[in-house]
Design a protein around this ligand. Structure first.
Ligand SMILES: [Zn+2]
Ligand SMILES: [Zn+2]
Ligand SMILES: [Zn+2]
Length: 355
């Protein structure tokens, strides 16, 4: 019984920030700034610690409102959902924290824009009605369930578990490369020929990864953008920025992946018809597969400090929550370096851990 109570207590984390309470229990492991940096905050006033922490972006402050709780109302209820908060201590803390204090992050919680849409209804048909505010709205993250379509059979198609991607693409990549090797067995004796073509495909992918993310997924939108463009944007990448913690909307589903691959591959295969185009395609698809798995890992993994992916996780979170017009590289920042869209990460005196 005690153990259960303890685990319940550990699982819940209520914090006070300024004059508000937040239930961050389900957010802690998602916190871009690490889980370890939130340790010991349960039932404490985090205002001063928040002010000393690296500045939080406007998007982060917007996301924070998702976890707001009406603590007084909860307390007055007979069934206390939350564990008892030491009232005296909180009162004391409240006195120490001037209500009007400006934090160094200089970002107040801005007005919520969520009244523009109805989250209980299908979202996709609503996008065309908010085009005027869409660009601003889509870059303000929330943490809530998203429904794209009304009918369940359509909705089902919009969800992709991460493992579907390797399950579909690994056999495709092998078949595609093997076919090319078989068809050209007479002039493909050298293993270096195979490797160099595959490698060319992988490098081609890294450039494509950057280009798609920067110029297609982050196509410039204005308040005058066409409704179809906003809807298209939301479907291909906008939703990932709006609900970044939706694990079923993170990897690229195979079907649109195949369509995109055919569109890009068809003209290229004509240009490179004497250069084993299917081997290059295999390499490019392999590059894509690695990219999509890395993207998933950056959101849910816990890379060790010093590792390339530790750097990339922080880098990608900066793209999500602070600099959405920079840091387009997911697997590496190489093309950000070339095209001058690199994000400079701040040096931390401590290491971040996400689990
Ligand atoms: Zn934080
Ligand atoms: Zn993006
Ligand atoms: Zn992401």
């Amino acid at each position: 019984m005690d153990a259960l109570k303890n685990s319940e207590q550990n699982a819940r984390c209520i914090v006070k920030y300024r004059q508000q309470y937040y239930d961050i229990s389900n957010f802690m492991h998602k916190h871009p700034g690490g889980l370890n940096t939130l340790k010991g905050l349960n039932q404490a006033d985090m205002t001063s610690r928040f002010m000393k922490a690296p500045p939080h972006s406007d998007a982060a402050m917007y996301l924070m409102r998702e976890y707001k709780v009406d603590y007084d109302r909860e307390n007055s209820a007979n069934e206390r959902r939350a564990e008892k908060l030491d009232e005296n201590r909180v009162e004391l803390l409240a006195q120490q924290t001037p209500a009007q204090s400006e934090d160094s992050n200089n970002n107040q919680l801005d007005e919520s824009m969520e009244h523009l849409v109805d989250w209980s209804k299908a979202m996709l048909p609503q996008i065309s009605k908010i085009t005027k505010h869409y660009d601003e709205w889509v870059h303000k993250p929330v943490d809530r369930p998203l429904r794209l379509f009304g009918p369940w059979y359509l909705e089902m198609c919009t969800k992709t578990p991460w493992w579907v991607v390797p399950m579909f693409w690994i056999p495709t990549i092998i078949t595609c490369g093997w076919d090319e090797v078989q068809a050209n067995s007479h002039n493909m004796k050298e293993i270096t020929t195979i490797i160099s073509h595959l490698l060319f495909g992988v490098i081609f992918w890294t450039l494509l990864e950057y280009s798609l993310h920067r110029w297609v997924f982050h196509v410039k939108l204005t308040s005058n953008s066409r409704p179809w463009l906003c809807t298209f944007h939301f479907l291909i990448h906008g939703l990932h920025h709006k609900v970044p913690f939706d694990s079923m909307r993170l990897v690229f589903p195979p079907l649109p992946g195949v369509i995109l691959a055919v569109i890009i591959y068809t003209p290229i295969s004509f240009i490179l018809q004497n250069h084993h185009p299917r081997l290059i395609l295999s390499g490019a698809l392999l590059g894509y597969l690695i990219y999509d798995m890395i993207h998933y890992y950056l959101h849910y993994g816990n890379p060790a400090a010093g590792h390339h992916l530790y750097h990339m996780k922080r880098y990608h979170y900066q793209h999500h929550f602070a600099h959405q017009d920079l840091g387009y590289g997911i697997s590496s920042p190489i093309w950000d370096f070339v095209f001058k869209t690199r994000i400079h990460l701040r040096k931390l005196r401590y290491q971040l851990r996400w689990s």
